[in-house]
Design a protein around this ligand. Structure first.
Ligand code: PLP
Length: 371
């Protein structure tokens, strides 16, 4: 996989046009959506001036601290805080990592331990996704608990949308969630709290210009390029990012084949006559059997993935006329920097670009350039 960091810069500049003066908390969980967390964060801090990043696990956060100890930036851990593990909160104290607290048990533990008193209080509320987060009905309890420990400043108050890839005008779920978040903010303010930072918008909301009235936004996918909106909404909305990666492999075998001839394991009958180009990617690289049937463009021709996908190779059927452009050893791209390219794959297999990126295995080398 080739990753052009210059395109991350272009996407970031486009994002700033959309989001104005909002601060950016860049989500880099799951190895920066498969793009390699360390090089992505290094570039984002040193070349783009982004200062805040979101990880899912404390392990990811520690990796960033260790590998990028020469750079200054904030890290939030959103999901697996591992507070009960041996080192518990010490990881957060020693490495300046911010835990996003989303349940009362953890909040209690956090406030009770005097060594944690200098860590910022970052809270996430559940406004209807029913995943992580304090329930709206718990606001009073959370406030009482904070007051008991003389805390009156919230470093960052957040919530998360469940349906922002759908129209915020047609599916009112996002509006309801955002309204609830505003109510929660109001209660805190009425009770005398200072809310230093607030955020809710992820890619889908940002693309629709929604929930931007907070200090921060939390984009992930759109900075890597593709839109996070459902297909019917994409064209209408303005996001025109370029995919920062392109996935390249090689043609390792070319065969003429007749309709009905067996292909690969299980001897699947070939649906048409043509040329099969075997490409050097298989399920060992993350190209699972969900990819059967996807289209691959190559030099003006369209190939179709046929038969079962092997661990290390995949059969792509091209029409007979493609003979002249199929060259043994030549490279072939599964997707290029045009975001429609990866989106057409994810649409074809009823998946999402998030899953396509995160599914790529370590077997695929990530090669970085800046242009
Ligand atoms: C992953 C994540 C985001 C970013 O979502 P995108 O759809 O990739 O923009 C924002 N907030 C939280 C809490 C997340 O887990």
């Amino acid at each position: 996989m080739k990753i052009n960091l210059g395109l991350l810069k272009k996407n970031y500049e486009k994002l700033k046009l959309l989001s104005g003066s909002r601060q950016i908390l860049f989500m880099v969980k799951a190895n920066a959506y498969g793009h390699g967390m360390v090089p992505i964060v290094r570039y984002a801090v040193s070349e783009l001036g982004i200062k805040e990043f979101g990880c899912a696990t404390v392990g990811e956060a520690l990796t960033l601290r260790k590998e990028l100890c020469d750079l200054k930036f904030d890290i939030y851990v959103f999901s697996d805080l591992e507070l009960d593990a041996e080192n518990g909160m010490m990881n957060y104290i020693e490495h300046g990592i911010i835990p996003v607290i989303s349940c009362q048990e953890v909040l209690h533990e956090f406030l009770q331990e005097s060594r944690y008193q200098f860590l910022p209080v970052c809270l996430k509320f559940n406004t209807g996704m029913n995943r992580l987060g304090f329930k709206t009905s718990e606001v009073g309890d959370v406030i009482n608990e904070l007051k008991k420990f003389k805390k009156n400043t919230i470093y960052h108050l957040m919530s998360h949308f469940s349906c922002s890839s759908e129209s915020v005008n047609k599916n009112l779920k996002s509006q309801k969630q955002y309204a609830q978040f505003q109510e929660i903010k109001k209660v805190f303010i009425k009770e005398g709290f200072t809310l230093e930072r607030t955020s809710m918008a992820n890619s889908g909301a940002i693309e629709q210009g929604f929930a931007l009235e907070e200090t921060h936004i939390r984009p992930g996918l759109i900075l890597y390029g593709p839109s996070s909106l459902i297909p019917s909404l994409r064209k209408k909305r303005g996001w025109q990012g370029e995919t920062i990666s392109s996935l390249e492999t090689h043609i390792i075998q070319i065969q003429k084949i007749k309709k009905g001839d067996p292909v690969g394991y299980g001897a699947t009958p070939c649906p048409e006559e043509g040329f099969i180009a075997y490409i050097a990617l298989g399920y060992g690289d993350g190209l699972t059997n969900f990819y059967r049937g996807i289209k691959i463009s190559h030099k003006g021709f369209t190939g179709t993935v046929v038969g079962r996908i092997s661990m290390d190779m995949t059969a792509v059927l091209f029409p007979l006329e493609a003979e002249k452009v199929l060259v043994l050893g030549e490279s072939i791209l599964l997707w290029n920097h045009d975001s429609d390219s990866v989106l057409s794959i994810s649409d074809h297999i009823s998946s999402i670009p998030y899953e396509i990126f995160c599914g790529l295995s370590e077997r695929i080398p990530r090669v970085y350039s800046i242009s």
